[in-house]
Design a protein around this ligand. Structure first.
Ligand code: FES
Length: 153
């Protein structure tokens, strides 16, 4: 039996919004130095609305499916709304990931927040949801990857 449902497989095999932009308004890169999985998100923002998002991923199928789904969810959202998106909601929209793969959705969630943080910093914008957000401090704490390398010892 396939461990992934049809929605996850569809976003993995046909990921939406893959690529990067020439002049993004915000760039977010988030990854696990432990396993090497890495997510990059570019966003375009006009009048405080995310008008486009593109991602590139070096990661497992769950990370790719999560990022694909996440970009489709944030396009059209106001920045404050996009900041409320959680990895749990991404997983819900995918109608579930195997328990051991839930953490992979954190890559997209955090890369989006970092992209918005980058936009806010360069445009002197302030969002309540970013208060206390430290993109550097959270890098290793939130994403504990189990793609193998962590378990070998
Ligand atoms: S992101 Fe899925 S195993 Fe590392």
């Amino acid at each position: 039996m396939n461990m992934y449902n049809d929605i996850v497989m569809d976003h993995f095999m046909n990921p939406r919004n893959v690529g990067e932009m020439k002049e993004p308004d915000g760039i977010g890169i988030y990854g696990s130095p432990t396993c090497g999985d890495l997510m990059q998100i570019h966003i375009k923002i006009e009048d405080d609305v995310i008008t486009d998002a593109k991602f590139k991923a070096y990661g497992c199928g769950s990370a790719i499916a999560s990022s694909s789904m996440a970009t489709t969810l944030i396009i059209g959202l106001k920045v404050e709304e996009a900041l409320k998106l959680t990895n749990g909601e991404i997983v819900d929209k995918l109608e579930g990931l195997p328990e051991a793969k839930i953490h992979c959705s954190v890559l997209a969630d955090m890369a989006i927040k970092k992209a918005i943080f980058d936009y806010a910093e360069s445009n002197d914008k302030h969002y309540d949801a970013l208060k206390g957000f430290d993109p550097y401090e959270m890098q290793e704490e939130e994403h504990v990857c189990i793609c193998g390398k962590d378990e070998e010892s």
